[in-house]
Write a protein that binds this ligand. Structure first.
Ligand code: F6R
Length: 258
């Protein structure tokens, strides 16, 4: 795993957008694992700009999102279906809607939907690049602390801290759904390449826990140490001192070992 400070969130977002762009340029049938959330906003803006400037044909590209809230239909402004349409798919309409996949938040049976989504990932995957954000508690996707490392796509009870963090997207805290469907940690690990982004001082502790090299289900993102092809890009504010005695115990985290 490499943890690299790319300077500002703007610079990091642009770099990662370029990596996604190159992936689609080199393989017209690329499969991308996509994330939502505040961290990704600049990245998708940069990606749309790259796609528009170059008019890349993405009609064969297939996308798989990490997660969706249970109970929100795709037109709810806080749903991840809505987010993805608004930030990427409507802005660059060449994506084939039949090749855009997110778990459904409004199925009768969320457990059945989770099984369907995992089977789809197995049939159509693996994804070439999986993009991840990270929660302040170290979650990836909606895999909260304690989630088993062998978890597949599943129904999740959101923690209070995640509900609190995501309440900014809702009128009232009470409106935040209490459950979601999320790719599991094992589903995420099936990706060929993983890129995690973290911006801001509020993410620094999660990055420090990742940099420590200690692998524990209490910090779900630490499973990524077991994947052979992971890059972590942060801005100045989220960067930890990899030379400190408290973090950076894992030598492989140093950016200068790229
Ligand atoms: C989003 C997701 C989450 C977010 C994480 C960070 O699809 O799965 O794990 O990446 O909660 O969210 P932001 O970027 O809003 O800080």
């Amino acid at each position: 795993m490499k943890i690299i400070n790319l300077g500002t969130s703007h610079q990091a977002a642009f770099y990662v957008a370029t990596e996604l762009y190159k992936q689609m340029l080199l393989n017209k049938e690329s499969k991308l694992g996509l994330a939502t959330g505040g961290t990704m906003i600049e990245m998708y803006k940069a990606l749309v700009t790259l796609l528009q400037n170059n008019r890349l044909d993405v009609s064969q590209v297939e996308t798989f999102n990490l997660d969706e809230y249970i109970g929100l239909d795709s037109d709810h402004p806080a749903s991840y279906h809505y987010y993805m349409r608004h930030i990427l798919f409507d802005r660059y309409p060449m994506f084939d809607t039949a090749k855009i996949h997110l778990p459904s938040g409004i199925t009768e049976d969320a457990d059945e939907e989770a099984l369907r989504y995992e089977a789809l990932l197995d049939k159509r995957g693996p994804v070439d690049i999986q993009i991840l954000g990270i929660g302040q508690n170290g979650h990836i996707g909606f895999n909260e602390p304690g989630t088993p490392f062998d978890s597949l796509t599943h129904r999740v009870d959101l923690t209070e801290s995640t509900i609190e963090a995501n309440s900014r997207y809702f009128d009232n805290r009470e409106d935040v759904p209490k459950q979601a469907i999320s790719m599991g940690l094992q589903s995420i690990m099936k990706a060929k390449r993983i890129i995690l982004l973290a911006f801001g001082a509020h993410k620094k502790q999660a990055i420090a826990q990742l940099a420590s090299g200690r692998i524990t289900p209490e910090v779900p993102a630490t499973i990524l140490h077991q994947h052979p092809n992971v890059e972590v890009y942060v801005d100045h504010a989220a960067m930890v001192d990899l030379n400190s005695q408290n973090v950076g115990l894992d030598e492989s985290c140093r950016g200068d070992q790229v």
